[in-house]
Design a protein around this ligand. Structure first.
Ligand code: GDP
Length: 198
C-alpha cells in the first residue's frame, strides 16, 4: 500500500466521540515505551504524526488518523502505566476495554511486543483477553534491530510456544524495526488485503 495521505483527525477519551464514519479502523496498542509511536510514524512515513513517549499528553487518549481517505489508524493508549496511579490506570483500562469491545469499526488490533523481552505476564493476559472476546488481532514485534538474528528468532519462537500453550492457532505475526523501516510493507500489505476483502 502506498500512503498518499495521513492526517490527524481527533483525540478523545470517549468512543461516542470517535469519528462518526464507517471507515475500517486498525488500532495499535502495547505497553508504554514499546515503540508504538515510532511504528506509526514509520508506517505512515510522517515523522511526528504520533507523539512519542517524550510527549505524554496524547498517550492517554484514543487518537484517530485518516489514511488515504480510506481507513483510520487508531493510536490507543499504552497499557501498564505506573506513573498515573491506580485510579488513572483503571480509567484508562476501562476506556481501552470499551473501545476494543464496542467500536464496531475496529477491524484489526495490532498488539505491539518488544522483541527483546521474554513473554511478560501483562501482555499474555491482555492477549488472552482478546482471544476470549474474539477480537481480531495480530502481534507486532518491535525494535528487531536491537537483537542479533539468532536472538530475535529465539525470542519469537519462545513467544509462539507460550501462545501455543493457550491456542492451537497463532495470530498473524509481524517483525518490525522503525529504525530500519523493517516490516512496513508486510503490515501495510496486511491492512490493504483486509480492506480489499471488506
Ligand atoms: P511508545 O511509548 O510505545 O510510543 O514508544 P516510542 O515510539 O516513543 O519509543 C520508545 C523508545 O524506543 C524511543 O527511545 C524510540 O527511539 C525507541 N524505539 C522505538 N522503536 C525503535 C526501533 O525500531 N528500533 C530502535 N533501536 N529503537 C526504537
Amino acid at each position: 500500500m502506498v500512503i498518499q495521505s495521513a492526517s490527524f483527525v481527533i483525540s478523545n477519551t470517549d468512543i461516542s466521540k470517535c469519528p462518526n464514519s464507517q471507515l475500517p479502523e486498525y488500532a495499535f496498542i502495547g505497553r508504554s515505551n514499546v515503540g508504538k509511536s515510532s511504528l506509526i510514524n514509520m508506517l505512515t512515513g510522517i515523522k511526528n504524526l504520533a507523539m512519542t513517549s517524550s510527549k505524554p499528553g496524547k498517550t492517554l487518549l484514543i487518537n484517530h488518523f485518516l489514511i488515504n481517505n480510506q481507513w483510520h489508524l487508531v493510536d490507543l493508549p499504552g497499557y501498564g502505566y505506573a506513573r498515573i496511579g491506580k485510579q488513572g490506570r483503571e480509567r484508562l483500562e476501562e476506556m481501552i476495554r470499551v473501545y476494543i469491545t464496542e467500536r464496531v469499526q475496529l477491524t484489526n488490533l495490532f498488539v505491539l511486543i518488544d522483541s527483546r523481552h521474554e513473554p511478560q505476564q501483562i501482555d499474555i493476559e491482555f492477549i488472552s483477553w482478546l482471544g476470549e472476546e474474539s477480537i481480531p488481532f495480530s502481534i507486532v514485534f518491535t525494535k528487531s534491530d536491537k537483537l542479533s538474528k539468532s536472538a530475535l528468532q529465539l525470542n519469537i519462537t519462545n513467544y509462539q510456544n507460550k501462545l501455543q500453550e493457550m491456542w492451537e492457532e497463532l495470530p498473524p505475526i509481524f517483525i518490525t524495526s522503525s529504525e530500519k523501516g523493517l516490516g512496513r510493507d508486510e503490515v501495510l500489505g496486511y491492512i490493504a488485503q483486509i480492506n480489499a476483502s471488506l
